[in-house]
Design a protein around this ligand. Structure first.
Ligand code: DGL
Length: 283
């Protein structure tokens, strides 16, 4: 077990302050895509912790330790803002990250319960999330705060982030994993469904296929990009250098490459393997 960081690869950093973005794997690409659209001139480094996905099956302690390692790596290379592009890491780790790096600006993602409650006419909504997010206090508080008068069906989706990580983005294997979750949501008779994991927008078409056509599906990537942009624009002067955007994976790169190729704005970026954050967790 090696807890120290290897500072090789400093050349990986853009010259100007930049936004660090991370997720357990490929899910945060849905946020990176929205960030690139909103902040085309900002430099960004994305870290997909593919070697340790899914975070949703890990303990809080493991997610905190791994998220801290990634933030330490990004901060050492000049990141001034960190977008935690993962609901699970936000739920389990963002408070510890904020406490440890008070000078960094953190933006977390959380399920869009508030917009869903605001748009639901039947006052019945569902949240799809990882097991860790679904069972978290933070989600319970969010629901109590933003959806007091709304029935909220929370649907844990074990296996879903995992299958997406394997690059299964459509077809029978994906539908087999999705169907029981979507059947439970149909039975709950809701009119609005929140995608409470950043992996899920990557298979939104299949989710829609299995839900009733009248159900609205809410993803918060654009809202997160908007919030990040307003903080970024407040905290930093404009910088004239061309933006540097890098996408790093701590493990296999196939699914990240597959998804990047489908994302306008980031489709030209080559994925680099990041082996310099030593693992302190079981693979
Ligand atoms: N993309 C993540 C989230 O938003 C995590 C999925 C996982 O690693 O379990 O929750």
């Amino acid at each position: 077990m090696n807890d120290s960081l290897d500072f090789l690869g400093l050349e990986a950093a853009p010259a100007a302050p930049y936004i660090g973005v991370f997720d357990s794997g490929v899910g945060g690409l849905s946020i990176l895509r929205a960030l690139r659209e909103r902040l085309p001139d900002a430099s960004m480094i994305y870290v997909g912790d593919v070697a340790h996905a899914p975070y949703g099956d890990r303990s809080a302690d493991e997610v905190i330790r791994r998220s801290s390692q990634i933030v330490e790596w990004l901060a050492a290379r000049g990141a001034t803002m960190i977008v935690v592009a993962c609901n699970t890491a936000t739920v389990l780790a963002i408070e510890a990250l904020r406490a440890r790096w008070p000078a960094l600006v953190f933006v977390g993602v959380e399920p869009g319960v508030k917009p869903a409650a605001a748009r639901s006419r039947t006052r019945r909504i569902a949240v799809m999330a990882t097991v860790a997010t679904a069972s978290s206090e933070r989600l319970r508080h969010l629901i109590a705060r933003c959806a007091e008068d709304v029935h909220v069906h929370v649907q844990p989706c074990p296996g879903l982030a995992e299958v997406i990580e394997r690059g299964v983005l459509q077809g029978p294997t994906l539908l087999d994993v999705l169907k029981p979750h979507c059947d439970a949501i149909r039975a709950a008779n809701v009119d609005t469904v929140v995608l409470g994991c950043t992996h899920y927008p990557l298979v939104e078409a299949s989710i829609r296929e299995l839900l009733s056509a009248e159900v609205a599906v809410i993803d918060t990537a654009t809202a997160i990009a908007e919030r990040s942009a307003s903080l970024w624009e407040q905290s930093l002067p404009a910088f004239g250098a061309p933006p540097v955007v890098r996408v790093l994976s701590t493990g296999a790169t196939d699914t990240i490459r597959l998804l990047l190729a489908q994302c306008p704005g980031v489709d030209h970026i080559a994925v680099e393997v990041l082996t310099i954050i030593p693992s302190i967790l079981p693979g």
